[in-house]
Design a protein around this ligand. Sequence first.
Ligand SMILES: [Zn+2]
Length: 212
Amino acid sequence: MLKLVEKPSLSNKMRISVDHGKLENFSQSHVRFYLKYSSFVFRALKKPSFQKFLHWMLKKERIKEQAVRAVHVKVLPLRRKNGNGIAGNCDATLGRIRIYPKTVKFCQIFKQKFGRNTLLVYAGNRARAALIHELLHLKYIQDEKTVRELAKDYFCIFTQKQSAPSSHALCIYTMIFAAKSVERKVPPGVSDDPRIITKLNETCLRASGVLK
Ligand SMILES: [Zn+2]
């Protein structure tokens, strides 16, 4: 039988989502910042090259695209009780994934140190790494270790396919995963927030020629 309706792709299930009740906790300028951040991340995640990669990854992992009901790019950041930020989480039962931004404060410091362009590269790749991680949780629900290992590998495959100079891709790879080598206990379904190890990144960024 002919398929008249194309299967909904992951890209069509993505949307920007804001908790209106929480908006009042933020100043107008911060809200503007987070709206811009979320729309940037939304576009980064919807880029055809990345969507194509995700399609390939899901197929390889035998995760059905139908298992993903919704991907919410959250406008406002979320913090754990210990103060650490959350990059994303996955409700495997509902098939719902959420991707969270870094805070205004973090972005300001990062921008001062590395410049606006590097911040954009970082924010886009952090969101991509988070989405890869959370998609893998649809299959490896409780297995944080496997998800982390696979997410690293897949992110690496994606960055290597991009046209960016390899040293830069490697640098971003280091930035995203540097903090993840430390084993920490986190609840399943919640990905750890990749923290910046400034010293390491400065060296890395200089080496890649981003900072001049
Ligand atoms: Zn996880």
